[in-house]
Design a protein around this ligand. Structure first.
Ligand SMILES: [Zn+2]
Length: 539
């Protein structure tokens, strides 16, 4: 379905600086075309006199874009939000309401929750209670088809959002924010979650909504906290993004994992929240409206997007991992991946047991995104590949083995760095090197010795086929493939008498075992590898 994305803007605390905000929006739209909606989280009104607001309220001035705002977060501004179910505050400026779902004519689903957390009943007019949160959760998540929502708008940050993520700066997410919002985000699985009130900008690395190895892949969530309008430090308060409503997206497209996706920050608190500490949802609750349809006549202008790369207001799109042209057995997010073989997952790479491996602990280092070879990897991915290599060397060394690595960038679409442990007692590194050189000569394969620590990138041209083997000393033997390279070469040499002496195992297809056996091996590997696992957050 070729759906043109909606172009949205999200804004942090406006605090009554309407002119500053709308002038900024006008400038952006002039430069790069119109946006469809502006969503404001945090304090829309300030505690200062409202001369500016009067002009909007009376129609002297007008917001240049359809603007949706959340309600009050303090007693002083409750007066502006007369109708708890939401209402028009001025032309083009609409209060969404205390809580509910806004479904645009495009199918975009936006869940909103106004105010700050309050655990004591009765809750003040600027707060939400555990009951509010559980009724939203129940209302949305109880349908069997529920997958998540496009956008969640809250004013406070969710507590713990910084767990497993990049630094949230001065904000300590273990202390600040609302645990109820964390629980809401856990249940709703928004693709974007915006919040404010902390006077700072924080874009968290996207996080997963599924449990790896236990659940099917689901879309990731991006949490973005925005600063206040016109702050002197020039922290980002306006965020531009484009989005296709999830209900119009292809399932495979939706669940593609960004390369920098992290663990879910609320995993623990989410569990606690669901074990019954919450007030049960009251379904008959009538004080909230759930469906607020944006009717067609509100004129969603699907602007002709004059998108100019230099002056684009778009934030740098969080880098997406390269996507495969077709089904791929090795892209972690792809349904073809044999998840039960995955033994460890990092930020950019993962480890999986080799199918039909030469030994029970023959593993592959694979990039999570779709990269054909090491030559194509970005610096951060290379860094993690190196980390995995070093860790595996230490791991196998502790088990009396040395590692041999090889990569064949030929008739392969997704980088697989093969890591084969060889018992220290069976041969020396030089024996391994000799075996490769001798057997290459026999097959008229020219293996070049390349300097230790040298980069394959400097030797292989992008797109060119090659094979290389890396010994535990860091020495590499490289072959530029012209044509007809024996696909099993690396395995054959390792399986040969000179090294592992298991010649009948040189063909992986003959080494296949049952899925149950594979599961057992994977479980064992995960357990053994645990003390070496650098991906665990020891928080
Ligand atoms: Zn792939």
């Amino acid at each position: 379905m070729a759906q043109k994305p909606l172009r949205l803007l999200a804004c942090g605390d406006v605090e009554g600086k309407f002119d500053a905000l709308f002038n900024r929006v006008r400038a952006i739209q002039k430069k790069s075309g119109n946006f469809d909606l502006l969503l404001c989280v945090g304090n829309f009104f300030g505690s200062t006199p409202d001369a500016e607001w009067e002009e909007y309220k009376t129609g002297v001035k007008k917001a240049p874009i359809q603007t949706y705002v959340l309600g009050a977060n303090n007693q002083e501004t409750v007066k502006y939000f007369q109708d708890v179910d939401g209402c028009e505050l001025a032309e083009n400026i609409t209060y969404l309401g205390r809580k509910g779902v806004f479904t645009g004519s495009s199918g975009l689903q936006i869940v909103y929750l106004s105010g700050t957390e309050s655990l004591n009943e009765p809750v003040p007019g600027y707060s939400f209670s555990p009951k509010d949160v559980s009724s939203l959760r129940t209302m949305l998540c109880s349908t069997p088809q529920f997958k998540g929502v496009d956008i969640l708008l809250t004013s406070p940050w969710p507590k713990y959002v910084g767990n497993f993520g990049n630094s949230s700066g001065e904000v300590d997410t273990k202390k600040c924010g609302s645990a109820l919002i964390s629980s809401l985000a856990t249940g709703l699985k928004p693709r974007y979650h915006f919040a404010a009130l902390e006077k700072t900008y924080y874009e968290r690395l996207p996080y997963r909504n599924h449990i790896v190895l236990q659940e099917n892949a689901q879309h990731a969530t991006r949490f973005i906290a925005l600063a206040n309008v016109g702050n002197p430090e020039k922290k980002k308060y306006l965020y531009a993004f484009s989005i296709v409503p999830m209900k119009l997206m292809d399932a495979a497209e939706l669940v593609k994992q960004p390369p920098d996706v992290t663990e879910n920050p609320y995993r623990k608190s989410g569990k606690e929240a669901s074990t019954g500490k919450q007030t049960p949802a009251s379904e008959e609750e009538s004080a909230c409206q759930f469906f607020f349809d944006l009717n067609e006549k509100q004129g969603r202008k699907r602007s002709s997007t004059g998108r100019d790369s230099k002056s684009s207001p778009y934030p740098k799109q969080p880098r997406k991992p390269p996507q495969p042209p077709g089904p791929c057995w090795f892209c972690l997010a792809s349904p073809e991946v044999e998840k039960h073989l995955v033994v460890n997952i990092g930020t950019h790479c993962y480890l999986a047991l080799a199918k039909g491996g030469l030994s029970d602990d023959h593993v592959l280092i694979l990039p999570i995104g779709h990269y054909q070879s090491v030559v194509e990897l970005s610096a951060e991915v290379v860094e993690e590949v190196e980390k995995y290599k070093a860790t595996l060397r230490r791991f196998f060394r502790s088990r009396g083995k040395r590692c041999v690595l090889f990569e064949r960038n030929y008739k392969s679409h997704h980088l697989q760095l093969q890591v084969i442990p060889v018992p220290l007692s069976s041969c020396a590194t030089d024996d391994i090197k000799d075996a490769f050189i001798t057997q290459a000569q026999e097959q008229q394969i020219e293996l070049l010795e390349i300097p230790e620590h040298s980069d394959i990138k400097q030797i292989a041209q992008p797109g060119a086929a090659y094979f290389y083997v890396e010994l535990d000393t860091g020495e590499k033997l490289f072959h530029r493939i012209k044509k007809n390279f024996p696909l099993q070469f690396g395995r054959e040499v390792l399986a040969s008498e000179a090294i592992l002496n298991i010649p009948d195992k040189s063909d992986w297809r003959k080494c296949q075992i049952s899925k149950e056996e594979e599961e057992t091996l994977a479980r064992r590997f995960r357990k053994d590898f645990e003390p070496f696992d650098f991906t665990v957050d020891d928080d």
